[in-house]
Design a protein around this ligand. Structure first.
Ligand SMILES: [Zn+2]
Ligand SMILES: [Zn+2]
Length: 145
């Protein structure tokens, strides 16, 4: 957590951006949230204690956190990006429930390897990827019976 702050400081400095209290508060709030959140959800948490911070500031700061490698944005098919911790978290992919919005993290070295192999066969050098599987979670399936 302290490291993430130092990385963000160095990033702002390198970009010639000012280190502001508001950015600090947003970073703290984000680091304190475990999971996958939309910018609106992060804004709601931040503004509960800090109503002076506007949505635009939260949104811009999240973008900076992504650029700094602290956050990662995940594209979900409801059109809203979700953000999760990237720094200190290993690569993983996601199962996304289209009913309740739950996100389950998955990782399988064989799938990772297969993706690399498929890319290589096409002469393609992969830099990053996202694998999101959309469906209905166990709890939602039970609820529907
Ligand atoms: Zn569900
Ligand atoms: Zn995740």
């Amino acid at each position: 957590m302290e490291n993430a702050k130092r990385i963000f400081d160095a990033f702002l400095c390198a970009k010639g951006l000012r280190h502001t209290d508001q950015r600090d508060i947003i970073l703290d709030a984000f680091l304190g949230m475990e999971g996958h959140f939309s910018a609106e959800e992060i804004y709601r948490i931040v503004s509960e204690k800090n109503p002076e911070i506007g949505y635009a500031t939260v949104y811009r700061t999240i973008k900076l956190l992504c650029d700094a490698g602290i956050a990662r944005g995940i594209y979900f098919d409801d059109g809203r990006m979700r953000y999760e911790h990237k720094y200190g978290h290993g690569h993983h992919d996601h199962l996304v429930c289209i009913r309740c919005g739950k996100v389950i993290e998955i990782f399988d070295p064989q799938i990772e390897k297969a993706q690399d192999r498929l890319a290589k066969e096409k002469g393609f050098v992969p830099i990053r990827h996202q694998l999101n599987i959309f469906g209905v979670c166990k709890e939602c399936r039970k609820r529907n019976k």
